[in-house]
Ligand binder design. Structure first.
Ligand SMILES: Cc1cc2nc3c(=O)[nH]c(=O)nc-3n(C[C@H](O)[C@H](O)[C@H](O)COP(=O)(O)O)c2cc1C
Length: 172
């Protein structure tokens, strides 16, 4: 049976998104992928932690997708991470909810790839996604890799094409 895949979409305003939408549109509608838009699910910011945990438990693979904001995840997504990945459930003695699950990370950046170089801002995109990658690894999940769509303020067929293979690999 094919794996059940969940995208946890940490976009504060997906209705005005171009880049994250372009990535999600790459997915075959027939594919076994559910998009969970957390800002849409909780417009008032009050996260139902038990509901979120039950949702995560019911998927085999979780793709964390977000626009890069100040070389980090958007604040609303960080709040979700802080609240949902709880001690005793995600980590700590006997906590195995995320152990053995697969995960990947997809992000979009306004800046081009050239900015994400040691001689430009001093680090690569790996540093931006590190908090998500490390957190899930800490919870015992298996990292599949990441995808990045750069130049996200002006999405073009070329920029989407550059991100396409690595993005679709997360769902293969
Ligand atoms: C508050 C804020 C902070 C941002 N910080 C960065 C940044 O640090 N690096 C970068 O490359 N782009 C940055 N951007 C640009 C976003 O990454 C870009 O708008 C987003 O990826 C576009 O995706 P979307 O079309 O799905 O909204 C920032 C945008 C906003 C609104």
């Amino acid at each position: 049976m094919s794996k059940k895949i969940l995208i946890v979409l940490g976009h504060p305003d997906y209705s005005h998104s171009n880049a994250n939408k372009a990535l999600i549109q790459l997915l075959d509608e027939a594919a076994n992928v559910t998009v969970h838009n957390i800002s849409e699910a909780y417009p008032d910011g009050k996260i139902d932690v038990q509901k979120e945990q039950a949702l995560l438990e019911s998927y085999d693979r979780i793709i964390f997708q977000f626009p890069t904001y100040w070389f980090n995840v958007p604040g609303s997504f960080k709040v979700w991470i802080d609240q949902v990945l709880t001690y005793g459930w995600a980590y700590g003695p006997g906590a195995t909810a995320l152990a053995g699950k697969e995960y990947g990370v997809a992000t979009t950046t306004g800046s081009p790839l050239e900015v994400y170089q040691p001689d430009a801002v001093g680090f690569t995109i790996d540093a931006v996604i590190l908090p998500v990658v490390a957190s899930l690894k800490y919870c015992g999940s298996t990292y599949l890799g990441h995808a990045v769509l750069h130049n996200a303020m002006a999405v073009t067929p070329e920029s989407v094409a550059e991100a396409k293979d690595s993005y679709l690999k997360l769902f293969a």
